[in-house]
Design a protein around this ligand. Structure first.
Ligand SMILES: Cc1cc2nc3c(=O)[nH]c(=O)nc-3n(C[C@H](O)[C@H](O)[C@H](O)COP(=O)(O)OP(=O)(O)OC[C@H]3O[C@@H](n4cnc5c(N)ncnc54)[C@H](O)[C@@H]3O)c2cc1C
Length: 320
């Protein structure tokens, strides 16, 4: 079995398939695992610059389930007693970082990093996956967990035959973009309320988090997430200028002392239009299942549910 993408959907799908006794390999184009559960360093500063927390708000997977899966790689960030000043329910976070939560899920899995899927085709009763590293992966079944527009582009490039209905559903999926600024400060930011995050209600910022107060960065380090509207409007503009605009918008919380900053653009941050089904069986024989946060309720929880649904679909198809 081949799972493409080592975000939360792919890692949970791979874990379930392995638990079902199947041999699984995971490939990801990134240097590490996690996808949008992402952490970056600038010198000594450490930033969660993708999803800021394990937003499990929907409660569709029981608390005990998450505790078992993530073990020590999950910790409470937002005590129930803290005044969030916003509606963002960031109770849990990765420990120590969001990327660490993904690394925990990857334990025991065979993961090939820096290995991008470049083409997928069938040969008899199996899939042949070509990758950027030159390695070719034959597989009895494939789970694709890339953001849906990327999966569709790959399938089209490989001339994989999708029914018009499935193709139409995939083509309808759209994502918001998000510009993230990682700012190293000279002094700790004292104006971001405990426990280190706030969601501004107006202006270009959707989220401000203090990675030092959060407990992941030994030095002052703040992540700024722009709103979807601002990110779309400024996507093609100069990233340094855009970063400075967002820093200016955050002055009241971060103060004047900026040491350095970097900007990261998430072309696919959260789905704007998603598909209702938990996953999509694009091909029965050999099985090809599409999963990820574009399927079902979205977000981290939706991606998790989608990965689990994809694994179930593969097990059913292969055992049938
Ligand atoms: C800034 C930001 C803030 C967010 N905030 C929240 C929040 O508050 N609450 C919430 O629930 N969710 C939030 N999210 C969304 C959440 O992070 C995602 O819904 C979830 O992590 C998606 O998981 P996934 O496995 O579906 O996709 P991903 O994590 O994107 O995983 C897909 C993987 O596929 C890999 N890949 C792509 N192309 C290829 C290829 N050709 N070959 C091999 N591998 C490939 C990528 O490297 C990636 O690792 C946020 C996301 C961002 C970016």
């Amino acid at each position: 079995m081949l799972v493409v993408g080592a975000g939360i959907a792919g890692l949970l799908a791979a874990g379930e398939l392995q638990r079902a006794g199947l041999t699984v390999r995971v490939i990801d184009k990134g240097r590490g695992v996690g996808g949008r559960l992402a952490t970056r360093r600038i010198g000594d500063a450490i930033f969660d610059h993708g999803a800021p927390c394990l937003d499990l708000q929907g409660g569709r997977l029981p608390e005990r389930w998450w505790r078992e899966r993530l073990g020590p790689a999950r910790t409470e960030w937002w005590p129930a007693t803290a005044d969030s000043g916003s509606e963002v329910p960031c109770r849990w976070r990765g420990a120590p970082t969001m990327a660490a939560a993904a690394k925990h899920l990857a334990q025991g899995l065979e993961v090939f990093s820096e290995t991008a899927l470049t083409a997928l085709r069938t040969e008899g009763s199996r899939w042949i996956a070509s990758t950027s590293s030159g390695t070719v992966f034959p597989a009895e079944a494939v789970v694709l967990t890339l953001p849906a527009p990327q999966s569709l582009a790959l399938l089209d490039a490989g001339a994989v035959d999708l029914s018009p209905d499935l193709r139409g559903r995939l083509a309808a999926i759209e994502y918001h973009r998000c510009l993230a600024v990682m700012v190293v400060l000279n002094e700790p930011s004292s104006r971001i309320p405990f426990p280190g995050g706030l969601a501004p209600t107006s202006g270009p910022l959707a989220w401000v988090s203090d990675n030092q107060a959060k407990g992941i960065s030994p030095v002052p380090a703040v992540t700024l997430h722009a709103t979807a509207a601002f990110s779309l409007e400024h996507w093609d503009r100069d990233r340094t200028e855009t970063g400075l605009l967002l820093i200016e918008a955050a002055r009241e919380w971060i103060g004047p002392g900026i040491r350095e900053f970097q900007v990261h653009g998430w072309r696919y941050s959260r789905p704007r239009i998603s598909d209702e089904s938990p996953c999509m069986v694009a091909c029965q024989r050999p099985p090809l299942v599409l999963a990820g946060d574009a399927f079902g309720p979205g977000g981290i929880e939706g991606a998790a549910l989608s990965g689990l649904a994809a694994a179930r679909a593969i097990v059913q198809t292969t055992s049938g």
